[in-house]
Design a protein around this ligand. Structure first.
Ligand code: 13P
Length: 255
């Protein structure tokens, strides 16, 4: 089995950008540019933009995701949003464990696992982010770091549920820095993640999982990154906020 059997997925992670009106404008620009995509196209947007984004992409091939969710179904968690709430409004995807959540909001491998479980239980597809810090790469512990993050995040997730998991390998040093991992570096770590999945589940299960690269991916470097055997798509930050750049990445994944 090889890359050809996996679904290529290009997802934008808008982070804390765009008001509802701006979201509508950007999606109105994006949708015609990506309508012939031969890959899945997702825009993960701030909570307050979700309804606008659903409306703006209705009847198109662009799917909408959220950028986080809480692990409880409901309750006294001021300011939080549950996976059930997202599902109820028609959202299909949710990013979990982004390095910015880990870095600024106290996210740990254990809370990532709780959120993954909640998202799956609600029927959402998870884009699970893993990736090493620069210091971890320099210490030579990238493989250990990423393997541990993957294993803990997937605790209690069955082989059948893997079809609802996408993994995004995002080296933290490459996010928003303009420093992209080389295609070989991305391939090496995506292959390590796939081996972890093979150990946890089975080789065939691992071959079916879409593994994205994220970190300063743009219209200029996407084709090379996506040409690698184990790089099945991209999670795009900055370049997903510019319709033409995002569409060019979608095009690079569609060949
Ligand atoms: P940039 O593409 O801006 O580096 O962000 C990557 C990212 O964090 C996507 O989740």
């Amino acid at each position: 089995m090889n890359k050809a059997v996996r679904k290529a997925i290009i997802a934008g992670n808008w982070k804390m950008n765009k008001t509802p009106n701006e979201a509508k404008e950007l999606l109105t620009q994006i949708t015609p540019l990506v309508k012939d995509a031969d890959c899945d196209v997702i825009a993960c947007v701030p909570y307050v933009d979700l309804q606008t984004a659903l409306d703006a992409t209705q009847g198109t091939n662009v799917k909408i995701g959220a950028e986080n969710c809480h692990w409880e179904k409901s309750g006294a968690f001021t300011g939080e949003i549950s996976a059930e709430m997202l599902k109820a409004m028609g959202i299909e995807y949710v990013i979990i464990g982004h390095s910015e959540r880990r870095q600024y909001f106290g996210e740990t491998d254990v809370t990532v696992n709780k959120r993954v479980r909640a998202a799956l239980d609600a029927g959402l597809t998870v884009i699970l982010c893993v990736g090493e810090l620069l210091s971890e790469r320099e210490q030579g512990i990238t493989a250990e770091t990423v393997s541990l993050q993957t294993k803990v995040a997937l605790q209690g997730v069955s082989a059948e549920e893997l079809s609802k998991i996408v993994i995004a390998y995002e080296p933290v040093w490459a996010i928003g820095t303009g420093l992209t991992a080389t295609a070989d570096q991305a391939e090496e770590v995506c292959a390590i993640i796939r081996n972890v999945l093979a150990d946890l589940y089975c080789e065939k299960c691992a071959q079916a999982v879409t593994i994205q690269y994220g970190g300063s991916m743009n219209d200029a470097n996407a084709a090379e990154l996506l040409s690698k055997e184990n790089v099945d798509g991209g999670l795009i930050g900055g370049a997903s906020l510019v319709a033409e750049k995002f569409a060019a990445i979608v095009k690079a994944a569609s060949v």
